[in-house]
Write a protein that binds this ligand. Structure first.
Ligand code: ACO
Length: 144
């Protein structure tokens, strides 16, 4: 199992099926997916990593780091962790923790002073095991 930065080959390795374990993905063809990946890669502040099982040619975990540049904290940076998901067949094997730790390390490398995320209450213990603690209240305003 190795970390890879998300690339075009992952489309055919179960990437969208994996994300389907997180939320609704919708119908996305390969061309549209690659266009979106190219756009994401134009922005140096978004890094998407997967854990890749080369024996099965399958993506088994995903995690995104969004690096927000700020004026406060002396033009500091905040890391946002998003879209953590592990293939249900591989859950409970430490992979979720592994990908979160990887994103925390990347955030430190690029100079973030903190890393934050939003999650369901049912996942809060998982994130506590990854070193996070509850702070404030998550709020949402849906536009669609
Ligand atoms: N409740 C309590 N403890 C948990 C939970 C949970 N839901 N999930 C994992 N843990 C614990 C494990 O027991 C383990 O404890 P240990 O270190 O004492 O042994 C520790 O957390 C690490 O567990 P992992 O095996 O690394 O977790 P896993 O690989 O199963 O991944 C995840 C956890 C990502 C939540 C997985 O269940 C999943 O993909 N769920 C569906 C998608 C989802 O809800 N993702 C979170 C979205 S929030 C966001 O992206 C910011």
């Amino acid at each position: 199992m190795e970390f890879q930065k998300l690339n075009a080959t992952h489309f055919s390795c179960g990437y969208l099926e994996l994300l389907g374990n997180l939320t609704i993905v919708g119908e996305i063809d390969k061309e549209t997916w690659i266009q979106q990946l190219d756009e994401i890669n134009l922005h140096a502040n978004i890094e998407i990593y997967v854990l890749f099982n080369s024996l099965e040619n399958k993506v088994v975990a995903n995690g995104t780091l969004l690096i927000e540049k700020k004026f406060i904290h002396q033009c500091g940076k905040v890391g946002h962790i998003e879209d953590i998901v592990v293939d249900p067949k591989c859950q409970g094997m430490g992979l979720g923790k592994k990908i979160v730790e990887h994103l925390k390390e990347r955030a430190k490398e690029v100079g973030c002073y903190k890393v934050i995320l939003d999650c369901d209450v049912k996942n809060s213990q998982f994130y506590e095991k990854c070193g996070f603690s509850a702070k404030g209240v998550e709020m949402a305003y849906y536009l669609m």
